[in-house]
Design a protein around this ligand. Structure first.
Ligand SMILES: Cc1cc2nc3c(=O)[nH]c(=O)nc-3n(C[C@H](O)[C@H](O)[C@H](O)COP(=O)(O)O)c2cc1C
Length: 236
């Protein structure tokens, strides 16, 4: 596992044209938690939703509402069911399928404007359907260093960052699984687009970001890499 982990980190750094990140790593976040409300799923025809889906460059200059945020996370990235697996009775499987059902994917929220969620950086805890605070305060300045198209930093009320846990992946699979982690992220992105469109939100997947700046802003542990960003807000 240790060999695969260090090889994957080296490959990742090389692909980004950046040296490996060796900053001090944080402990598990223990900030305040924000429970998200339980909601009915959006009622929308699947194929009509796929036909309507677009990538948005513009977002309304108002907060993302709590019901929309909660439903987006719950139905795109939340838990679908529990199964006996991985040595436990209740292993959570997601609304988005993942290779081997592993829990490699994590979602972080960089909140500029959202009802009921103060500006700050949060991690989504899918089993409890809660946000756990990583750090308080408006992330706009940090996001301008992250996005290669800085308008997304100042226009999108909420940015979702999808990350992959290399430690979880390489405990079970060989180095080749580095590729599958990105497929997992793509599946999750499509879920976000589909559920976001069904909820009437403006959404855009973003691959153009600076890995090191994002890792630093999210305080990612050494064994976790950023895979995709997803900007979301109300439609203008
Ligand atoms: C993996 C992926 C990465 C993307 N990265 C970016 C990006 O960095 N910046 C951007 O403006 N749009 C990005 N997009 C949005 C695409 O440009 C958009 O999906 C494409 O132009 C088709 O338009 P549509 O989504 O409205 O059908 C990305 C989409 C995907 C699926």
């Amino acid at each position: 596992m240790a060999d695969a982990l260090s090889s994957a980190k080296a490959v990742h750094a090389m692909l980004n044209g950046q040296s490996e990140d060796t900053r001090d790593r944080p402990v598990q976040p223990n900030g305040p938690r924000i429970p998200l409300p339980d909601l009915e799923p959006p009622r929308a025809d699947l194929v009509a939703t796929l036909v309507q889906r677009r990538s948005a460059a513009k977002f309304a200059d108002r907060p993302l509402d709590m019901a929309a945020l909660s439903a987006l996370l719950r139905f795109a990235l939340g838990v679908q069911r529990f199964v006996q697996a991985q040595g436990v009775d209740k292993h959570p499987l997601g609304m988005a399928p993942s290779a081997g059902g592993l829990l490699c994917l994590r979602a972080y929220l960089l909140v500029r404007q959202a009802d009921g969620v103060p500006p700050g950086i949060y991690r989504y805890e899918s089993v409890s359907h809660q946000l756990i605070e990583i750090g308080p305060g408006d992330p706009t300045a940090g996001l301008t260093e992250v996005f290669l198209q800085p308008e997304f930093a100042t226009n999108a009320p909420v940015t979702i960052a999808l990350t992959a846990r290399l430690d979880v992946a390489f405990t079970q699979y060989p180095l080749r699984h580095y590729r599958t982690l990105h497929v997992d992220a793509g599946v999750a992105v499509q879920n976000l687009y589909t559920v976001g469109t069904a909820l009437g939100l403006a959404c855009c997947a973003i691959a153009a970001f600076d890995d090191r700046a994002l890792g630093s802003l999210l305080c990612l542990p050494d064994s976790e890499i950023a895979t995709m960003l997803f900007s979301v807000g109300q439609k203008p």
